[in-house]
Write a protein that binds this ligand. Sequence first.
Ligand code: BGC
Length: 394
Amino acid sequence: MNVLKRCISVFSLLSLVFLIAQCKGNQKEEKQENTIQKTDNVYINKKEYGTTSAGQKVDVYTLKNQKGMVVNILTYGGIISSLKVPNKAGVSEEVVIGFNNLEQYTKANPYFGALIGRYGNRIAKGKFILDGKEYVLATNNGKNALHGGPEGFHRRIWTAEEAKGGDIATLKLKYVSKDMEEGYPGNLTVFVTYTLNNDNSLDVLYEANTDKKTVVNLTQHSYFNLSGDFSKSILNDKITIDADNLVPVDADLIPTGKLTDVTNTPFDFRKPRIIGADIAAKDDQLIKGKGYDHCWVLNNQDKGFRFVASAYNLASGRLLEVYSDQPGIQFYSGNFLDGTLPMRNGGTYAHRTGLCLETQHYPDSPNQKDFPTTELNPGENYKTKTTFKFSVKR
Ligand code: BGC
């Protein structure tokens, strides 16, 4: 009898242990269910990424579809820290420059993957006049203001809201830039929504509103290397830019105010052309830019959202097409990458191992009355969209 009793109690104990273990397992699954939101074809998943030296928590959101595209976005600077897409053999590989930890992003960082604002590109001498009042900006590029100033939007913590539905996953980021932050007037509420869908395109929707007249020019600063191999330069890639004209610059990369025809110049990318073909030509603009670091005047501005540019890597077959409603695009050939910044898995990013295609208004527009306006008034809604679409071409 005693033996039987002991057997029963051992059995109950074992069942209890088993039950607890099962419960724990379920909890674990539930936890995952909370973080991995499964849509039909696209997922979004949030994880802690790190903490800044000021103690601010940073998350990383992973957006993933069923076509091999995976995008990581940080709430720090709205940075695209990783973007993987398939090559012609179907192998997904990294195609954007990035670091492997938060600390590195908070140190010297030439805007890798970041959201840029309040004014992308340069404002001459960090000054402009709005309604007769002069505004003096924080300068960070010699005497000029570049990409919104030293802190800009790229070093801020953005709040994030994720959403799912059908074949898309979205991450809506929000940042409120205070009146006179970096010298710009008006409290500006900014929303940037990244949307991944199942055809390997990433939409970037920028929205903003202000309580005082200001200037706004937002963009995205990812450095693409479509080869998937960051030891290779981008010089053999083919670029297309649908633009008949260029915004020429002075030695400080400030627009001269004129627009020039690209015909018979190294700036004619109306048909796909290899970046390296003319980059070393003795051309005044190339010398000033130390390569390509210019804004093109995009064609068909009246059409709104349209194809504006592409980059193609022959070896991998990866094609990136850029669509936008913006009047300009800055094509930057990574001329200031100099082998000092660390790659994710060892080594450093060498000269021209990444290229940027930054859709935007022309540089220094607040000081150039003939350029399309970048002013935003209270009651107006700043709204612009750019799409990065990836595919393969054999
Ligand atoms: C600018 C470059 C600058 C780079 C940041 C680009 O958008 O056009 O001149 O050096 O950003 O590193």
